[in-house]
Design a protein around this ligand. Sequence first.
Ligand code: PLP
Length: 389
Amino acid sequence: MTRLERTYLDWNATAPLLPQAREAMLAALGMTGNPSSVHGEGRALRMLVEAARRDVAALVGAEPAHVVFTSGATEAANMVLTPDFRMGRTPLSIGRLFVSEIEHPAVREGGRFPRESVTGVPVTPDGIVDTGALDALLAAHDTAAGMPMVAVMLANNETGIVQPVAAVAEIVRRYGGLLVIDAVQAAGRLPIAISALDADFLILSSHKLGGPKGAGALVSRGEVLMPAALVRGGGQEKGHRSGTENPAALAGFAAAARFALDGLAERNARIAALRDRLEAGMRRVANGAIVYGSGTERLSNTVFFSLPGLKSETGQIAFDLEGIALSAGSACSSGKVGQSHVLTAMGFDASTGGLRVSIGPSTTETDVERFLAAFARIVARRRGRADAA
Ligand code: PLP
C-alpha cells in the first residue's frame, strides 16, 4: 500500500516547528545547569533565557523587562485575567472583565474572575467586536466595584478577522479600564507594537510562530501594574511566574520570534497570493461555498468556509482521508468537533459548522493544488450522492 502524501493546512492550530527553532532547542538541551544558579553553567543558561526575552520583546516592540515567560498563552491568559492586581505594593481590584464573544476559550473562560464577573461583548455580523456595545457596557459599569478590564483578540483564530483594537483601546481608555490583547494569531502575521496598540498586556504563544508548544508570554506595558502571580514558588520571572525556566523551549520561541520579524511583509504577500488562489479555486468548483469574513480585513493565511449541507465534522474527515490536515474552526480537546461559538456570535447558523484552512511560510503552490483537487473530489462525490438520491 502506498502511503498517502500529507498536506498540512492547519497552521492556526499549530505551526510546524521551524528548523532554526529545532536547532536552537537542541543546542540548549545540550547545556547543563539551572538558569538561577550562580555558577558558570547556570549563568550561561541565564544568558540564553535573557537573550530569548529580548527576541520575544522585539517581536511586539516591548521592553525585555516586561516579558514574563509562561507555559503558553493559556497560562498567560489565566495569569492576567484576575481581579487581583498590584500597583507596586498596593493591591488593586478589577471589578469586571469584558470579553468579546469570539475570544479563544483560553480568554473566554475568564481566567480567575468569578463567572458572574465576566460579561460577553457581542460582535457584528462581520465578525468584529461591536464597539458601540462595548462603549455602552463600559458606560454602565459601576467603577465603585473596581476598574473594568477588557480582553479582545487582535485576530480571530477561526476566521482570521482582524479586530478594531484601536477603537477598542480608545473606548477602554475613556472609561479608565485595562486592555488585554490576545495577539496569539496575529504575532508573526501582522506588525505589532504594544504601545501603538495602546494595550496594557499582550498574550503570546510560541507554537503558532513555529516555536515549540508549551511556551508563551505575558507582555506588559510597564512593570508597576501587574497581576497577582498564578504560579507561586521560588520567585523566578521576578516573582511573577515561579518554576525553573525551560531554556530549550525559550530558545526555540526566540528563534521563531526572530524569524517572524524578518521579512514579514514579503512573506505575507506570498501567503496572501496562495490564499487568494485557493479561494478562487474553491469558488470555481463550488460557487455556493461561503467564505466567512471575505469582505473584512483578515489575516492573509486563513480561509474559514462552509459548503451548504456539509457538516464540518464530515468535511474534516473527508479531507483527512484525502491526506489534507485542516480543521473545523472549533475543536474540543477531546478531538470532538463542537459548534463554532464564533459563527454563533456572528449570527450564522452554526449547526453545520465551518472548515478552516490555514497556511504558513512553508506552504507551497503544490499544497494549494492538492487541496483544490481534494476539494473538487469531495464536492463531486456529494453531488453524485445528491443526484442518486
Ligand atoms: N489564543 C488564541 C487566539 C489561540 O488560537 C490559542 C491556541 O489555539 C490560544 C490562545 C492558546 O494558546 P496556547 O496553546 O499557547 O495555550
